[in-house]
Unconditional design. Structure first.
Length: 192
């Protein structure tokens, strides 16, 4: 499995605009699974999941990690190709107008990642509540300040990526997200 894979093609972006496909990718992050296993976990029909897996495989985002024969039937175990799938910034700028569902897809991806974080935090709080670190900040930033914050987060991503290959130490889940709040005026604290 690669560390990072960048989406650079319009076709890949279009395929990833389907929220079901985003959920499938999240489901295959931790381990390879068959379409039937994914369908059961997501509450979808196996045929629907199989269709979406084929589309994800066609654009090179999932791969068959292994095949096993069980009762004369060959089971294919699918896995996402990288720990991190990122949009190349130039693709988003270049094709923004051609993909009306991009905002919806990004929203669904964020919701899926928050759901994953919620599941993991529930387990962590039961076992070790004292080691959890949390930060929630709503602040105002100029474009220059945002670029500075983004640079610091990119540096943190590089550092964490370097640690991903370690076999010693305890696994940690790190999740951060930033986005501008819309329709917020000075003094309007409701959005905050």
């Amino acid at each position: 499995m690669q560390d990072v894979y960048f989406i650079r093609k319009l076709e890949q972006l279009k395929v990833l605009c389907d929220p079901i496909r985003v959920r499938i990718l999240w489901d295959t992050l931790d381990r390879a699974q068959t379409g039937t296993m994914i369908a059961a976990h997501l509450g979808l029909s196996p045929s629907k999941v199989h269709y979406h897996l084929k589309e994800l495989e066609r654009i090179g985002i999932v791969t068959i990690e292994r095949s096993e024969e069980k009762n004369g039937i060959v089971q294919k175990f699918y896995r996402i190709i990288a720990k991190n799938i990122r949009l190349d910034e130039t693709v988003l700028q270049k094709y923004r107008g051609e993909i009306p569902d991009i905002a919806h897809s990004l929203r669904e991806n964020l919701i899926a990642s928050l759901t994953k974080s919620r599941t993991l935090v529930d387990k962590a709080l039961l076992s070790q509540p004292e080691v959890m670190t949390q930060c929630f900040i709503v602040t105002r930033l100029t474009p220059e300040q945002y670029q500075q914050v983004k640079g610091a987060l990119d540096e943190l991503k590089r550092l964490l990526g370097h640690y991903q290959e370690q076999t010693d130490g305890q696994p940690y889940h790190v999740h951060f997200v930033s986005f501008p709040l819309v329709n917020s005026t000075p003094g309007d604290r409701e959005a905050e």
